[in-house]
Design a protein around this ligand. Structure first.
Ligand SMILES: C[S@@+](CC[C@H](N)C(=O)[O-])C[C@H]1O[C@@H](n2cnc3c(N)ncnc32)[C@H](O)[C@@H]1O
Length: 300
C-alpha cells in the first residue's frame, strides 16, 4: 500500500472518530462548535499535507499525536475541553476564548475557563489567544492546555530561571513570560530558525514580556553549553532526538526540586533513550501529563 493511501486512511479513521465523539457530545453547543471544528480540521489537514509533501516525519508525527490527544479529550465524561467556537469568550471576557485549536474549557463538568486576575494578565492572555487563533499554522505550538500547564508549574515552583529549547513564534515562551513576571524570574529560549525567531521577538513585545525573555538564535545543542546558572525549569520542545543530549548537558544544572518538562512525549515522536533516562533514574520522578507532556522532578 502506498504511503499516500496509508496517510489518507489514517486521516479518515481519525475524522470518523472525532465525528462519533462529537455526536456523543449531544446537541448542546454543537452548532457553535461546528464552525470552529471545521476550521480546525482544515488547518490541521493543511498542515498534515504540507508535512507530507516535505516528507517531514517529525511534524507528521506531532500532528497525528495532537489529533489523537484532541479526540481523546472530546470524549464526554473525561473532563477534557470541548471544541467551542469563537464568540464564547475572547479577550473581552478576560482571556483566551474557546475557538481555535484546543481550549482549556468547554462543556465538561470541569469548566476551567481561563480568567485574568488583572489588566496585565488580560493583555497577555489576549495575545496568546490571538496567536492561537491566527498564527498556529506551521508553528508547532504547544496546545493551550499545555501552555496553561507550563504557566502553572512555573508559578508553582517560583521559578527564577527557565530554559526553553524550541521557541518557534514564542507561544509557549509567552506562557512562561506570564508566570515569570509574577515570580521575578527570566526565560532563555533557543531557536534555530531565523524567521520563527524574529516572529517570536515581535510576539514577546506585543505581549509585553520581552523584559523577562532572552532569545538565543542558533543551534541549541551548541548554545546550551554556555549556560552556567542553576535552572528551575528546563523545557524541551525542539528536535526530538536531541532531548537526551539536552538532558545530559543540562541536568547537572537543574536545581534539586527543579523540573524537566518534555513535550511530544508520545509513541510517535519520543526518543526511547530520553524516556529511559527520565524513568529509570532513581534521582528523578517522572509523570506523563495530558498524554504527551513529561514532567520530571529532580529530587531533593
Ligand atoms: C515544536 S516547535 C516549538 C514550539 C514552541 N515551544 C511553542 O510551543 O510555541 C520546535 C522548534 O524547535 C526548533 N529547533 C529544532 N531544532 C533546534 C535546535 N537544534 N536548536 C534550536 N531550535 C531548534 C524548530 O526550528 C522549531 O521552531
Amino acid at each position: 500500500m502506498s504511503r499516500r493511501i496509508t496517510l489518507w486512511i489514517l486521516v479518515t479513521v481519525m475524522l470518523a472518530g472525532m465525528l462519533v465523539a462529537q455526536e456523543r457530545g449531544g446537541a448542546r453547543g454543537r452548532a457553535v462548535r461546528g464552525g470552529a471544528m471545521r476550521g480546525d480540521m482544515q488547518t490541521w489537514l493543511g498542515d498534515l499535507e504540507a508535512a507530507y509533501n516535505q516528507n517531514d516525519r517529525d511534524k507528521m508525527g506531532q500532528l497525528i499525536a495532537d489529533m489523537k490527544q484532541r479526540s481523546q479529550r472530546m470524549r464526554p465524561g473525561m473532563g477534557g475541553p470541548g471544541m467551542g467556537g469563537p464568540g464564547m469568550g475572547g479577550p473581552g471576557m478576560g482571556g483566551p476564548g474557546m475557538g481555535g485549536q484546543m481550549r482549556g474549557d468547554g462543556d465538561s463538568f470541569f469548566n476551567n475557563k481561563l480568567m485574568s486576575k488583572d489588566d496585565n494578565e488580560k493583555k497577555i492572555l489576549a495575545v496568546l489567544d490571538d496567536l492561537d487563533r491566527n498564527q498556529r499554522r506551521g508553528m508547532m505550538n504547544v496546545p493551550v492546555l499545555d501552555g496553561r500547564l507550563l504557566r502553572l508549574l512555573t508559578e508553582a515552583v517560583g521559578a527564577k530561571y527557565v530554559v526553553e529549547l524550541g521557541t518557534s513564534n514564542g507561544y509557549s515562551g509567552i506562557w512562561f513570560g506570564l508566570a515569570l513576571q509574577k515570580t521575578g524570574g527570566k526565560l532563555t529560549t533557543h531557536e534555530i530558525d531565523a524567521t520563527r525567531a524574529s516572529l517570536a521577538r515581535e510576539n514577546f513585545k506585543k505581549a509585553g514580556v520581552e523584559d523577562v525573555i532572552t532569545l538565543v538564535e542558533g543551534d541549541g545543542h551548541e548554545n546550551v553549553k554556555k549556560i552556567k546558572e542553576p535552572i528551575d525549569i528546563l523545557f524541551l520542545d525542539a528536535d526530538k532526538d536531541g532531548y537526551i543530549d539536552y538532558l545530559n548537558t543540562l541536568l547537572p544544572l537543574v536545581r534539586p526540586g527543579g523540573l524537566i518538562v518534555g513535550h511530544n512525549i508520545n509513541e510517535q515522536q519520543a526518543d526511547p533513550k530520553y524516556i529511559e533516562a527520565i524513568t529509570k533514574n532513581p534521582a528523578l520522578e517522572s509523570l506523563l501529563v495530558h498524554g504527551q507532556v513529561s514532567v520530571t522532578l529532580k529530587k531533593r
